[in-house]
Design a protein around this ligand. Structure first.
Ligand SMILES: NC(=O)C1=CN([C@@H]2O[C@H](COP(=O)(O)OP(=O)(O)OC[C@H]3O[C@@H](n4cnc5c(N)ncnc54)[C@H](OP(=O)(O)O)[C@@H]3O)[C@@H](O)[C@H]2O)C=CC1
Ligand SMILES: O=C(O)[C@@H]1CCC=N1
Length: 270
């Protein structure tokens, strides 16, 4: 249904901005403007500009999505600050705080801008995203509803009341798809090591990861219970899980990995 989602200014259309845009386009997006140096495949009625100075002055987006790398925030914010006088900013940048972004916008001539944070993930491209949001008390119910509407078009949406939790969210669901893709890579390689032809190893590893995800999603059953249902006493899975679930194996390394990513998100704030 064309135009069911409001017009946006999407700043940065790389991996994450592009994933969300794919989901929004599939769901019907009112004419929007994408600011990105590289994209040249944006379908009409949407348009793309290469630099902020090319943005149409009279464009009135309902929301500005900030999806450049956190390291680019200082460069990009002054050039788009004036749009934030009339529309809230939704930042998906890892680590960057509402306070820091609001202060940068004020310094760029737009005091009192409304900044909301969101941490999406790339399955948004196929409507299977997970996005967690944080809004400061100054954001209105209408601002929050707008963000929920947009983000629920590309997956599930949750809100947290404590901004500090956004760093752990980033480590679990923002970065999380990479851990799952790594699992598929490693299962494929291990299958080859056990003598499987490479194309069969790739096919069964990919299908196993996506099929297990679909079963978990559609059944709603706890992951631990689904795991137990695969594990026949004295069978093959039990042997594998004794390796993977040894305290120093996945339980420890996953905790360390999530802690490292959470720390990095905190560092990216400045
Ligand atoms: N990738 C992911 O899975 C996730 C990413 N995020 C967050 O999303 C944000 C974007 O990440 P990601 O999509 O991976 O990054 P990308 O580098 O893939 O995308 C950013 C895009 O913005 C462009 N860009 C940056 N500055 C400008 C500018 N001044 N004018 C025009 N275009 C510009 C970049 O071009 P160029 O490369 O030339 O600078 C690039 O095409 C990050 O803040 C990240 O923390 C959040 C959740 C998940
Ligand atoms: O790796 C990163 O920093 C970004 C944030 C979450 C996923 N990708």
């Amino acid at each position: 249904m064309a135009g069911s989602l409001p017009p946006l200014l999407l700043v940065g259309c790389g991996q994450m901005g592009g994933a969300m845009l794919a989901g929004w386009l599939a769901d019907g997006l009112a004419p929007s403007v994408i600011l990105d140096r590289h994209r040249d495949d944006i379908p009409a009625p949407h348009s793309v500009v290469r630099q902020a100075s090319d943005l149409p002055d009279d464009f009135a987006p309902a929301l500005i999505i900030l999806a450049t790398k956190p390291q680019k925030a200082a460069e990009i914010l002054p050039s788009i600050a004036h749009f934030a006088r009339h529309a809230p900013i939704l930042s998906v940048m890892a680590g960057k705080t509402v306070g820091g972004l609001t202060a940068a916008l004020a310094e760029a001539g737009t005091p009192g801008a409304t900044v909301i944070r969101a941490m999406p993930n790339t399955p948004s491209a196929v409507g299977q995203g997970m996005t967690v949001c944080f809004a400061p008390p100054t954001a209105t119910e209408a601002d929050r509803a707008l963000c929920t509407r947009l983000l629920s078009a590309v997956g599930d949406v949750a809100w947290v009341a404590d901004e500090a939790q956004m760093d752990a969210v980033t480590a679990v669901s923002g970065s999380g798809p990479a851990y799952v893709f790594l699992l598929a890579e490693l299962m494929e390689q291990a299958g080859i090591a056990q003598g499987l032809p490479a194309d069969l190893a790739r096919r069964i590893a990919r299908r196993t990861v996506s099929g297990a995800g679909a079963l978990m999603e559609q059944s709603g059953i706890d992951a631990a219970e689904l795991r137990r249902r695969v594990t026949s006493p004295g069978g093959t899975t039990q042997q594998a899980l004794e390796v993977l679930m040894a305290p120093q194996a996945w339980p420890a390394t996953m905790e360390q990995a999530i802690a490292a990513a959470t720390r990095r998100a905190r560092e990216l704030a400045s």
